[in-house]
Ligand binder design. Structure first.
Ligand code: SF4
Length: 369
C-alpha cells in the first residue's frame, strides 16, 4: 500500500536555507531537546533547522522527536492522513533522532469527541490539541526527565528541557503573538525547567518549503494532491478548499464525521457543517456524471440557509452589542445563502477535479477508501 509520494520537484537542486532565521538559543545549556512532529511541512522544516543547529552548536545531550497519534474513527478510519506516523519516523531517522509515538491513554480523538466532549472543538476551545497533543507530550517529558535524573545523577538542579514546536506567525493572529523563546513557568517545576521554542515562528511558507528542499526530506503525498495542511484530514481550522478536498479524497472519513455531526447534534464549525461539505461534493459529482442536481442543490441551499439565519439571529444579540449593523433582511439572507452555496459548489468542483487527478497520477495513491 503506497501512501507516500516521491515528489520529483523536491529532488532538484535546492535553494539555500532561509538566512533570516532568528538566532537559536545556546543549545548546549539544555539536557533534553524535544521536537514535536506532525510530519507536516512546518514540522519538517523545523526538524531540519533544529538538526542543523544541533550540529552547529555541538549539542551532545538527548534529542527526542514526539509524534502524536490521534487514533481512528469507530469505522477504523485514521483521523490523520494515512502514512503520517511512518513519515514522522522516516524524518526523525534521517537525523538519527529517537522518535516516540504518543497516544492519549484514555483514548484518541474520536473516543474523546463521542464519549467525553460531545461537541466538536472550536477555534478557542481546541481540546484536541490540549488533550491529544500537549497534555500527552508533557506526561512523556516527565518520564524522560525522570530517566535523565536517574541516569545522569542530576539532583542539585532542574533538568533543562527545550520544547520545540513548528508554529508560525503567519498562520493566525494568535500564533503571531506567541513569543519565540519563553520559559513555560506553568509546566516547569523543582525538577525541570521547560523552555518553549518556536524556531520557525517568523518564516514564510516559501522559507518552509525551501528548508525542506534543502534538507531533502520527503513530504506527504497529500501536499501534491493539493492539500495546504496535513495533520487531521478534517481539521476545524482548515480552509473550505482543504476540507472539501479531504472529503473528496477520504469519503469514508467524511461519512464518519457526518454521522458524528448528526449524533451529537452539533455542527463541525460555527460557519460550516460536514453535511454542507458532503452535499456540495454530491452536487459536483452528479454534475460531472451529467445527472440532474436540482434536488441536491435545494438540500444544500436549505441547510446553508439555516446556518445563515442562525448567524443573523446572533446579530441581534452578541453582535448587536458590538455595534454591528442590525439584522439582515430576508433578501440579504437569501443573497448570502446563494453566495455561500456557490462558493461551496465551486470548491467541491475543484476538489473532485484534484481528487481525480490524484487518482489518475497513480491509483495506488488513493488507497485509503
Ligand atoms: S489538526 Fe486541527 S482538529 Fe486536529 S488536533 Fe490540530 S487543531 Fe485539532
Amino acid at each position: 500500500m503506497q501512501l507516500l509520494l516521491d515528489a520529483p520537484e523536491l529532488q532538484q537542486p535546492t535553494p539555500p536555507a532561509p538566512t533570516d532565521a532568528p538566532a537559536a538559543p545556546d543549545l548546549r545549556t539544555y539536557d533534553l531537546i524535544v521536537i514535536n512532529s506532525s510530519a507536516g511541512k512546518d514540522s519538517m522544516a523545523m526538524l531540519a533547522y533544529v538538526a542543523d543547529q544541533i550540529t552547529t552548536h555541538g549539542y551532545t545531550g538527548q534529542v527526542v522527536v514526539f509524534h502524536n497519534d490521534l487514533g481512528v474513527t469507530d469505522s477504523g478510519e485514521p483521523i490523520e492522513w494515512p502514512g503520517v506516523e511512518a513519515l514522522a519516523r522516516e524524518h526523525a531517522q534521517r537525523y538519527g533522532f529517537r522518535i516516540e509515538i504518543l497516544r492519549r491513554a484514555k483514548g484518541g480523538l474520536w473516543r474523546q469527541l463521542l464519549g467525553e466532549r460531545l461537541r466538536f472543538m472550536g477555534e478557542r476551545t481546541r481540546w484536541c490539541t490540549a488533550d491529544q497533543k500537549t497534555g500527552v507530550g508533557m506526561k512523556h517529558v516527565t518520564r524522560i526527565v525522570n530517566e535523565i535524573r536517574a541516569h545522569q545523577g542530576i539532583a542539585d538542579r532542574p533538568v533543562r528541557v527545550l520544547y520545540c514546536l513548528g508554529l508560525r506567525a503567519e498562520e493566525s493572529t494568535g500564533r503571531s503573538k506567541q513569543p519565540v523563546l519563553a520559559e513555560d513557568t506553568a509546566r516547569s517545576s523543582r525538577v525541570r525547567t521547560i523552555t518553549r521554542w518556536l524556531p520557525i515562528h517568523g518564516w514564510t511558507i516559501k522559507q518552509v518549503w525551501d528548508q525542506i528542499k534543502t534538507a531533502g526530506l520527503r513530504p506527504h503525498a497529500a501536499y501534491s494532491w493539493g492539500m495546504g495542511r496535513l495533520s487531521c484530514s478534517l481539521c476545524i481550522l482548515a480552509s473550505v478548499d482543504d476540507l472539501m478536498l479531504a472529503g473528496a479524497l477520504r469519503p469514508r472519513l467524511l461519512d464518519d464525521y457526518l454521522r458524528a455531526e448528526y449524533k451529537l447534534g452539533h455542527r463541525f464549525t460555527f460557519t460550516l457543517s460536514i453535511a454542507q461539505i458532503r452535499a456540495a461534493l454530491d452536487v459536483a459529482r452528479m454534475e460531472l456524471d451529467g445527472e440532474d442536481t436540482a434536488e441536491e442543490v435545494a438540500f444544500l441551499h436549505r441547510i446553508t440557509r439555516e446556518i445563515v439565519a442562525e448567524q443573523n439571529d446572533l446579530r441581534t444579540g452578541t453582535y448587536a452589542r458590538t455595534g454591528l449593523p442590525k439584522r439582515w433582511s430576508d433578501e440579504q439572507v437569501e443573497e448570502r445563502t446563494r453566495a455561500r452555496v456557490d462558493q461551496l459548489v465551486t470548491s467541491a468542483r475543484r476538489a473532485i477535479d484534484l481528487a481525480a487527478a490524484a487518482t489518475s497520477t497513480d491509483s495506488t495513491h488513493l488507497p485509503m477508501q
